[in-house]
Design a protein around this ligand. Sequence first.
Ligand SMILES: NC(=O)c1ccc[n+]([C@@H]2O[C@H](COP(=O)([O-])OP(=O)(O)OC[C@H]3O[C@@H](n4cnc5c(N)ncnc54)[C@H](O)[C@@H]3O)[C@@H](O)[C@H]2O)c1
Length: 339
Amino acid sequence: MIVLKKLNAAVIGCGAISERHLEAIVKAGAEIACVADIDERKAKKTAEKYKCRFYCDYHEMLKDSQVDVVHILTPHYLHAKMAIDSMKSGVHVLTEKPMATSIEDAEKMIDVSRETGRMLGVCFQNRYNPTSLKAKEIIESGKAGQILGAKAWVTWHRDETYYTQSDWRGSWEKEGGGVLINQAIHTLDLIQWFMGDLARLKGSYYTSLLENTIEVEDTADAVIQFKNGTTALFFASNCYPVNSPVSIEIVLSKAVIRLESVLTVTWNDGKTEHYSDEDLVSGDKFYWGVSHKRLIADFYNKILSGEKFELDGNEGIKALKMVKAIHRSSETNAWIDLG
Ligand SMILES: NC(=O)c1ccc[n+]([C@@H]2O[C@H](COP(=O)([O-])OP(=O)(O)OC[C@H]3O[C@@H](n4cnc5c(N)ncnc54)[C@H](O)[C@@H]3O)[C@@H](O)[C@H]2O)c1
């Protein structure tokens, strides 16, 4: 019988998303060795709950010889440095999205992962939703025919309090953007995952209802072209009164695929199929998706087996490039090449 090693995990950032990761680490059968947060109260409270060590300086935590994997759950501008420091100290890294706030930093992370041989995973958990996987399977099987085009709408609610209560959200320097880099990046990732290799895009962004509160954009749109000759229309805003389910529609020559909370496939002959994620999370955070546990279990299994983790830096950078391209396109009124 092969006995697999139990991995020791650490978490940097004990904020809002940390519980999702900590629960998933336990579920994946790994040990939580330690946590770090500059806010000692949060670090201590989390360490008490998970009966582990805590640090206020992540550099000290990285000297903890027992750690195999670090989860980076901090404000966006810190991801690249923390990931690079972690991989250089010999541990695998799973970073929350976005992997970085600049393409240059994201590329450095990919280089360091290759040089150190440490795995770098990016948390786009919605790829693991059963409905997303089913949509991908139908598209790739060819039975729905050729892709003709797509549209994707993200209409969510982030009010002034969401930003004023945070010391990093809403700032170009620390968040790296607004609705695009924080909320809609998941949808940009799904669009390119479904549609294929990116060619170019033209887009625009602006700040509307939140213009007195944040520097970054609260609304954006884009026309995205792919190497297979198809086009996707994209719209995102944090100015909707509620968090509406993300809506993605992909038109193929033999069917139309609609992904909202449920997946609906309408075949040209009139037949309709419905699929739903079996374990939808209730409450107001449903829009975070239900699949952190699936992604984290897969990441840990791949570390143990030595197989490639699909959602690595080279995959994670694609949606970041789309975000940056929309920003640049808006500022220059030009198409931005993504090929
Ligand atoms: N995948 C998803 O669906 C999803 C959902 C929510 C948040 N996120 C991402 O998770 C990350 C964290 O978001 P959040 O909502 O938990 O933010 P948060 O502000 O609630 O938590 C961030 C934590 O990082 C800590 N921190 C800041 N600087 C630090 C440092 N130098 N060293 C150690 N700790 C430090 C803060 O004290 C805070 O506790 C972001 O990248 C965000 O985009 C992802």
